[in-house]
Design a binder for this molecule. Structure first.
Ligand SMILES: *Cc1c(COP(=O)(O)O)cnc(C)c1O
Length: 385
């Protein structure tokens, strides 16, 4: 789960540097007043280097990152964008905000996009696919990219939960055309609110960079009012305080992921003999272990597991309790989904529901309570044995 557990003197010193030596909180301009301090720019450069990407663009949130990534694709009203049934509501919101039609693909037992169902949902109007590395487990990127390449469709990775993970030794977020990240307060690294997009394609980067800044084709050698522009845009600029905190948090990313993986392994070892089925992890993937998900026989047993964990002073994350914010079948407040799937939205993704309904997700953090693995074992044993 969270970089917020590690917020400490390093973040404070970055902010202190900003307030003592610059006081300019805007990412651009004021060049003669800021002592060469550009925190957002430095954060972008450091993030791109860490992810081995050619470019990166900092924005105000993970949701904004998705919106800006879609803007870079020059989509037309009514174009279709496919994402998966199990994700946070923000992924679909970004498609609706882009005036595109959200199309929902089923998940498989990785609890990420099912490549077979993806191919079935592609039409002539499909222009992009957004896969999500839910709870830190990589999507089947190889199979999915084969399909998006075959139909010449753009692939975006919503890496809000996968920051710091890898697939075939490639950092999550950089396998497709663009990768988006969230730095909200509950994510693997945090800037309070914030997000990032990574690119290997220069044209997509240039378009996104201008669009997130009212169309400014930013030229650092000219005053801002002389910037050229070629389309309308919006404002999703990150500010210098977020950039400063991001620089310190990025240095802690590997520590967060290492500790989460270590804690997840302790839990797996403690519960693997119980009658549960672990979520499938795709081959050649390196998960961030944001949570540990397993499947039980049915929904009622999943809820009993949650209650038993709460009795031990522990809890679950998203599954089974918060499915309503993370499963598209429950989003009948979105007319765009109702229009396409009909009033029986809840039954429109039966394969996904058959997995999600009986999944239990254990939150993993850097600092866990004492003896967490034996407490988890004893709670689950009381229900399952
Ligand atoms: C958190 C999250 C987002 C949105 O990020 P914010 O920074 O909170 O706007 C998008 N997609 C997924 C999968 C997320 O978990």
């Amino acid at each position: 789960m969270p970089g917020y557990e590690l917020i400490d003197n390093e973040e404070f010193l970055e902010l202190k540097d900003l307030f003592e030596n610059s006081k300019i909180l805007f990412r651009h301009s004021f060049d003669h007043m800021r002592n060469g301090i550009y925190k957002v720019k430095d954060f972008e450069v450091a993030f791109a280097k860490r992810m081995n990407a050619r470019h990166s663009l900092a924005v105000t949130s993970g949701t904004a990152a998705l919106r800006v990534a879609l803007a870079a694709l020059n989509l037309k009203d009514g174009d279709e964008v496919i994402t998966q049934s199990f994700t946070f509501v923000a992924t679909v919101e970004s498609i609706i905000e882009s005036r595109c039609v959200p199309v929902i693909a089923e998940i498989d037992k990785t609890l990420n996009m099912d490549p077979i169902d993806l191919e079935k949902k592609i039409t002539k109007k499909t222009k992009a696919v957004i896969v999500v590395h839910m709870l830190g487990v990589p999507t089947r990127l190889k199979e999915i990219k084969k399909i998006t390449d075959k139909y010449n469709i753009n692939l975006i990775e919503d890496t809000a939960w996968g920051c710091g993970g890898f697939y075939e030794d490639i950092p999550l977020g950089t396998y497709g055309d663009m990768g988006t990240y969230s730095f909200d307060f509950a994510k693997t690294m945090t800037t309070g609110e914030g997000g990032m997009i990574v690119f290997n394609n220069e044209n997509l980067f240039n378009k996104a960079s201008a669009w997130h800044d009212h169309g400014h084709e930013n030229n650092p050698n000219l005053p801002r009012w002389e910037d050229s522009r070629s389309s309308s845009g919006f404002n999703y600029r990150m500010n210098e305080m977020q950039g400063a905190v991001g620089l310190a948090q990025l240095n802690k990313l590997d520590v967060v992921v290492h500790n989460q993986r270590k804690n997840a392994k302790l839990i797996v070892d403690a519960i693997s003999d119980l009658p549960i089925e672990m979520r499938t992890i795709p081959e050649n993937s390196f998960e961030t272990a944001d949570a540990l998900v397993f499947l039980v026989e049915n929904n009622s047993i999943a809820i009993q597991c949650r209650d038993a964990l709460i009795n031990e002073g522990l809890g679950t994350k998203i599954l089974p309790e918060a499915i309503s914010w993370h499963f598209a079948g429950t989003w009948n407040h979105m007319s765009e989904l109702m229009d396409r799937n009909g009033v029986e939205l809840y039954d429109a993704f039966p394969k996904s529901l058959s997995f999600l309904n009986r999944s239990v997700s254990l939150p993993i953090s850097v600092n866990m309570v004492d003896d967490f693995e034996s407490k988890i074992r004893s709670a689950l044993t009381s229900v399952l044995m």
